[in-house]
Design a protein around this ligand. Structure first.
Ligand SMILES: Nc1ncnc2c1ncn2[C@@H]1O[C@H](COP(=O)(O)OP(=O)(O)OP(=O)(O)O)[C@@H](O)[C@H]1O
Length: 288
């Protein structure tokens, strides 16, 4: 699936020597939160990570290890306690339209229709574009996620899968260089989840960009990603391992994928890692 006749000039000129390697760089990252008693809880400790400009990266780890915190730091919604995060060589200090987040629980504005939810984001980011250009972007993205029939409906009139499609269309419409997805398929039933995974992957194949996706689902991570980040348990979570997913792109059907030994090796490796870390470490389950 390719975005045709897209009216927005989409320049990703990089000011670094090796763009694919140095698109997003996280160095020596530490994040601590202060608890109500005034003690620091070190959630993430000494994280080093590089994401290429067209790389699809998944993060897996047990509940409470700091996956969402890491994503929020990349989004600029949280500040690091120590260390640095840079995008194309520039420090990440605050949220920006080049880094868009898709949340598990949709976060649509209930008083706006599907079209208006997407339009709002497009109007905000592409202020200098003509009304016609902005409308074209909105319609192109409604089509991209197959929501034409629901465009005039309100969020409470559509299913969870459709709501998540709107969230994804809204994020993609403003052409982020880096798409951040926090368990984007987590709230969906198994069938909808599979369909949406396939759609997102097809969109990504048509226009590759950097993606960081949090998931609890090892199969989803292997199916979708180039790289899987396996996090150790918190507190003081670190990157335990980084798996390179050496499977063909575009991905074969799930049936054909299951025929590949490599697929099983990766899957088992990730599951073993999670089982071992479950057995070995404290797991944080409480939030805030
Ligand atoms: N704003 C905050 N203030 C204090 N502590 C926080 C804050 N946000 C997160 N935490 C704590 O940081 C730790 C990591 O939380 P985070 O939500 O990043 O984990 P997670 O791996 O995404 O969890 P899950 O898989 O359950 O969504 C938890 O112990 C959580 O309670």
């Amino acid at each position: 699936m390719v975005l045709m006749n897209y009216p927005v000039p989409f320049s990703q000129t990089l000011d670094v020597t090796n763009p694919s390697e140095k698109f997003l760089e996280i160095r020596g990252l530490v994040k601590a939160y202060r608890d109500p008693q005034g003690h620091d809880l070190v959630v993430l400790n000494d994280i080093d990570l590089t994401v290429g400009e067209t790389e699809y990266v998944s993060i897996i780890g047990h509940s409470g290890c700091g996956k969402s915190t890491l994503l929020k730091l990349v989004a600029g919604l949280e500040q690091p306690t120590k260390g640095s995060l840079t995008l194309q060589g520039k420090p990440i200090r605050k949220p920006g339209a080049e880094r868009m987040m898709v949340f598990q629980h949709y976060s649509l504005l209930p008083w706006l229709t599907v079209r208006e939810n997407i339009q709002l984001a497009v109007d905000e980011v592409f202020k200098t574009h003509s009304l016609q250009e902005r409308r074209q972007i909105v319609e192109a993205h409604i089509q991209l996620v197959h929501l034409e029939a629901a465009a005039n409906k309100y969020p409470d009139q559509i299913s969870g899968g459709m709501k998540q499609r709107v969230g994804i269309a809204r994020a993609l419409a403003i052409r982020p260089k880096l798409l951040l997805m926090d368990e984007p398929f987590g709230a969906l039933d198994a069938l909808t989840r599979r369909r949406l995974q396939e759609e997102v992957l097809a969109i990504w194949e048509g226009h590759r960009q950097a993606v960081i996706m949090i998931t609890h689902d090892v199969d989803e991570a292997v199916y979708m990603s180039d790289k899987i980040i396996l996090m150790s348990n918190g507190p003081k979570a670190r990157i335990g391992e980084i798996l390179t997913v050496d499977l063909p792109r575009p991905r074969p059907s799930r049936h054909d994928l299951r025929e590949l030994q490599n697929y099983h090796d990766l899957r088992n490796h990730a599951l073993d890692f999670l089982e071992k870390s479950y057995a070995s470490g404290p797991i944080q389950t409480s939030k805030k």
